[in-house]
Design a binder for this molecule. Structure first.
Ligand SMILES: [Zn+2]
Length: 277
């Protein structure tokens, strides 16, 4: 279940959708990001944290409010919870909880914690916002970027001194972009990631689904692949010559393309709506 472990950073991977949960440990803090998904998987993360925490301050960061990322928001009741203003202001937040309850009912799953929408102690509302972690003398901090596009409420979170960039549901190696909110905003967020890769010493990038990477060229390749998919999908809905075949060729690069069919169709619907204005 652990896909990466080095320098105080542990990335857990769920059996479902290769969803990642990250734990970053500093001298005076422990940061847990998107703990998920199956009850035993959450318990594994919880036991791990209980074992290593000692007297360190615990933080819980949500990269965005999709139900798979907030499913265990109540499993760490003593944590300082962090997320975006758009997560707080999500109008249909009850839907996320309904989806979790439906999922657990469908698979007869019991959890040892309640299903709750995250109540935040720290709200991120602007690019470049910084949060010192633990003892200020340690000098550890997260620098945030707002990341709308996939959803309205995404965050890019760069943790120092570890050099970890947590991007939520962007830059997956196994998924095409899932664009629920807007493709222009999605591209703006990709641009922010690109800037972060140029300006910051990013040592490991962790997407919400799929594999982490420590290779900056691979990080840039993923940014380029997302732009390429968006451009190809736009060309396709404009019915440009050869565009459908080009888009199909892009999809064939993804081993789980069949599983992403609905999201891909939804993307095309969104592009059609955007095209009509
Ligand atoms: Zn997700």
């Amino acid at each position: 279940m652990i896909q990466y472990r080095a320098n105080g950073v542990t990335v857990f991977q769920s059996a479902l959708y290769q969803t990642t949960s990250t734990v970053v440990e500093g001298e005076s803090f422990v940061l847990v990001v998107d703990p998920t998904w199956l009850p035993e998987e959450v318990e594994t993360i919880r036991s791990y944290v209980a074992e290593v925490q000692r007297d360190r301050t615990l933080y819980l960061l949500f990269t965005h409010s999709d139900w798979d990322h907030i499913i265990a928001s109540a499993a760490f009741p003593d944590a300082v919870r962090i997320g975006s203003l758009a997560l707080v202001e999500r109008p249909d937040w009850r839907e996320a909880l309904d989806t979790i309850r439906d999922f657990d009912a469908k698979y007869y799953l019991r959890r040892s914690y309640p299903i709750e929408y995250p109540m935040l102690e720290v709200v991120i509302d602007h690019d470049g916002q910084r949060l010192a972690l633990g003892d200020p003398d340690e000098g550890a901090a997260i620098t945030f970027g707002l990341a709308p596009g996939h959803t309205p409420c995404g965050l890019l979170s760069f943790v120092e001194p570890h050099g970890v960039l947590l991007v939520g549901d962007y830059l997956s190696d196994v998924e095409v972009p899932f664009i629920y909110f807007g493709s222009k905003r999605y591209e703006t967020t990709l641009g922010k990631v690109d800037d972060m890769l140029s300006q910051l010493a990013v040592r490991v990038l962790v997407p919400g689904h799929g594999q982490h990477t420590t290779d900056v060229a691979e990080m840039r390749r993923r940014v380029a692949a997302a732009y390429e998919y968006i451009a190809a999908a736009r060309a396709c809905v404009r019915e440009e010559e050869g565009a459908a075949a080009a888009l199909a060729a892009i999809l064939r690069r993804y081993p789980f393309a069949a599983g992403m069919k609905d999201e891909h169709e939804q993307n095309l619907e969104l592009f059609r709506r955007e095209l009509k204005g």
